[in-house]
Design a protein around this ligand. Structure first.
Ligand SMILES: NC(=O)c1ccc[n+]([C@@H]2O[C@H](COP(=O)([O-])OP(=O)(O)OC[C@H]3O[C@@H](n4cnc5c(N)ncnc54)[C@H](OP(=O)(O)O)[C@@H]3O)[C@@H](O)[C@H]2O)c1
Length: 278
C-alpha cells in the first residue's frame, strides 16, 4: 500500500520522500522520481505533510516516538488501519508534541490508489483536512472528511469492512452449499446478481428502522423475525447435512434466538438488531 501511495503522490506532481524498513522494496520508486530516505528522521526532515502507512498503530508509534520533535508543527496523516481508540491515543500523543494530526482509513486496495473511484476517509479538525485536500486528491477521487471526532474514520472503516466480511463469509458458505448440492457456481453468481436489489433494499430499510427504533411490524414490513429465523434454521439444517463449517449458522442462531426468546418473533426482522447490543 505504501508503494501505491508514494506513486499516487509523485504521479500527480508532488515531491515525495519515502522510508521503508526494507529499503530494497522502496528502491524501484527512485526511477519514478521518489527520493528514498535512509531513516525515518531523514524522510520527514523537509516534509510539509508526513503520511504513515506501516502495518499498524503500535509499529507507527514505535517509529515516530523518537522523532516527535522533528514532526512538530507538521501535518501527520495516519493511514494504517486501526481502531477509534488507537486513533484517539495517537491524536493525544500528537497534541502533546504539537504535531497536527489527521486520521485516515483507506477503503480500497492498492490498485485503486489514484483512481477516481478510490475512497479514503479522513477524520479530525476540518481546517486541517481542507488545507491539504488538494494533496489528498492525488490518492483518489473520493477523499472524504467524515467528522471532527478523530475516531470516526476508523469507526466507519470497521463498519464498512464488517459488511464486506459478512457478505464474503455468506458467499463462502453459499458456495459450499452450491458445491455440495452440485449447483454450478457461475449460475449461482448470476442468480445472486439478479437478487442484489432485494438485498440492497433490505440493508437500507434495516438501517432506517434501527436509526428510528422502528422495530414493530408495520405496513412496510417485508419479513418478520419468526419467518427469517425459520429460514436460517433450514440453512443450518442443510449445512449440517453437508458438514459445512457451522460458525456462521451458529452465529445466526444465537442472535435470532435472542430475539425469539425476547418475544420479538412478530416484529420486523430489523428487531434482531436489539440482540446485537444488549
Ligand atoms: N493492502 C490493502 O488492500 C489495504 C487496504 C486498506 C488499508 N490497508 C492498510 O495499510 C497498511 C499497510 O498495509 P499493506 O497491505 O501495505 O501491508 P504490508 O504489505 O504487510 O506492509 C506493511 C508495511 O509495514 C512495514 N512494517 C511492518 N512491521 C514493521 C516494523 N516493525 N518496523 C517498520 N516497518 C514495519 C513493512 O515494512 P517491510 O516492507 O520492511 O516489511 C511494510 O512497509 C495496513 O495498516 C493495512 O491495514 C491496506
Amino acid at each position: 500500500m505504501g508503494f501505491a501511495l508514494a506513486l499516487g503522490f509523485v504521479e500527480r506532481g508532488h515531491s515525495v520522500t519515502v522510508w521503508n524498513r526494507t529499503a530494497s522494496k522502496a528502491k524501484p520508486l527512485e526511477a519514478r522520481g521518489v527520493r528514498v530516505a535512509s531513516s525515518v528522521e531523514d524522510a520527514i526532515a523537509d516534509a510539509e505533510i508526513v503520511v504513515g502507512n506501516v502495518n499498524d498503530y503500535p509499529t507507527s508509534a514505535a517509529l515516530l516516538s523518537p522523532v516527535a520533535r522533528a514532526l512538530r508543527h507538521k501535518l501527520f496523516v495516519q493511514l494504517a488501519t486501526g481502531t477509534p481508540r488507537q486513533a484517539k491515543e495517537a491524536a493525544a500523543w500528537a497534541r502533546e508534541h504539537e504535531i497536527r494530526y489527521l486520521d485516515g482509513a483507506i477503503m480500497a486496495t492498492p490498485n485503486f490508489i489514484g483512481q477516481p473511484g478510490c475512497t479514503i476517509l479522513y477524520s479530525g479538525e476540518k481546517a486541517l483536512f481542507d488545507e491539504s485536500s488538494s494533496v489528498f486528491a492525488a490518492l483518489g477521487g473520493n477523499a472524504l472528511w467524515v467528522g471532527a471526532d478523530i475516531g470516526h474514520a476508523s469507526a466507519l472503516d470497521a463498519a464498512i469492512l464488517i459488511v464486506l466480511w459478512g457478505s464474503l463469509f455468506g458467499t463462502w458458505h453459499a458456495a459450499a452449499i452450491c458445491e455440495a448440492e452440485g449447483f454450478p457456481l457461475d449460475a449461482f453468481a448470476s442468480a445472486l446478481g439478479a437478487t442484489m436489489p432485494v438485498v440492497e433494499g433490505a440493508l437500507k430499510d434495516s438501517l432506517d428502522r434501527i436509526a428510528k427504533r422502528r422495530f414493530a411490524a408495520d405496513e412496510t414490513t417485508a419479513s418478520s423475525v419468526d419467518i427469517c429465523h425459520a429460514s436460517a434454521r433450514l440453512i443450518q439444517e442443510m449445512s449440517k447435512e453437508h458438514r459445512i463449517h457451522p460458525g456462521l449458522t451458529e452465529a445466526l442462531e444465537t442472535i435470532f434466538g435472542r430475539a425469539t426468546i425476547a418475544g420479538r418473533g412478530a416484529d420486523d426482522v430489523a428487531a434482531v438488531y436489539q440482540g446485537m447490543r444488549e
